[in-house]
Design a protein around this ligand. Sequence first.
Ligand SMILES: Nc1ncnc2c1ncn2[C@@H]1O[C@H](COP(=O)(O)OP(=O)(O)O)[C@@H](O)[C@H]1O
Ligand SMILES: [Mg+2]
Length: 374
Amino acid sequence: MIRLEHLSKTFSTERGEVHAVRDVNLEVPRGELCVLLGPSGCGKTTTLKIVNRLIPHTAGKIYIDEEDTDQFDVVRLRRNIGYVIQQIGLFPNMTVEENIAVVPRLLGWPKDKQKKRAAELIDMVALDRGMLQRYPKELSGGQQQRVGVARGLAADPPVLLMDEPFGAIDPINREVIQDEFLKMQAELKKTIMFVSHDIDEAVKMGDKIAIFRAGQLEQYGAPDDVLAHPINDFVADFVGGDRELKRMRLIRIVDALEGHAPSVRAGDSLETAAQKMDQTGVTVAVVVDADNYPEGYVARADAEGGAGKCEREQHPLANPVKLNQDLRTAVSRMFTYDTDWLAAVDERGRFAGIITRAGITETLHAKARGKGTA
Ligand SMILES: Nc1ncnc2c1ncn2[C@@H]1O[C@H](COP(=O)(O)OP(=O)(O)O)[C@@H](O)[C@H]1O
Ligand SMILES: [Mg+2]
């Protein structure tokens, strides 16, 4: 959908030439969100501005839907590409409604259509319609960023360029607005180039991550692939020494679940519990009630050769994890309870299996092998 071919930009300054973008080749498939990630000054903003033709490029080509955008007139360009600029950049002398309608106005939409669209968008970004007649300075930072996103989406362009769109708000509101945006994107399926300097944001938001250094594209791939196989020391340093922890945020409990782990009832014999553990090769059996809700566990050592019912040897259970939570949640809880396994439950709280430290390690290795280029 978006393809950059040998894209370069050189600025001539008094101190000489600045090679802001050097021979970048990059393809973003339709409906995907690609994060351009890298330290300050590596050419992210320049790349976006070139794609949006706010500045001319020195060499290379930009294709949207296989068409060279050099051939697009301004109207066609604005219809196809929405832009959410760094530092929000709302016009202070325009109302929120007028800010959102900047591109529709430029495209010559009738007034009532502009108003209707602004109202639609204010709903979409979860703001109150009462805000349409306010001025940007009367809004909080987070609210302004939402308006910035609404403005980028105004003409419903298939391509959206976002330059650190959630950069200027506190971490808590940032998480909220990121989550909201991901939900929106799941429906809108725009093709997005999203600039960030924050690896956590990139891992969370990106279908793909493109890591830049000094104007060059160092590595391009799915977040888990980049984290599992950094291509060189620069990328490894940039993604951080805790990259396995970051990968764990991308993998859900259900993907590392040991669903064959046995369950027993409190009234079952310890002999039954021991047999089930032998059959499955798991060293614990989770005790469940009549509705399959976990209420404790029996350990292999206690069940083996033991007489009587499971309830005699039943231990309390650490707080179970849910199937759709991520592996970080599981590992964090394992540390809290000083245990190397946890029961996992479905969305209604019923026993679904267990998750173990060894199983998590195996899942991380298997995923790395599956996608690895090495
Ligand atoms: N108009 C300009 N004139 C000269 N140099 C520029 C200009 N704009 C950006 N640069 C330089 O190009 C490089 C990339 O900048 P930029 O794309 O803004 O980086 P990023 O967005 O990744 O922080 C930097 O070295 C910056 O100083
Ligand atoms: Mg920038």
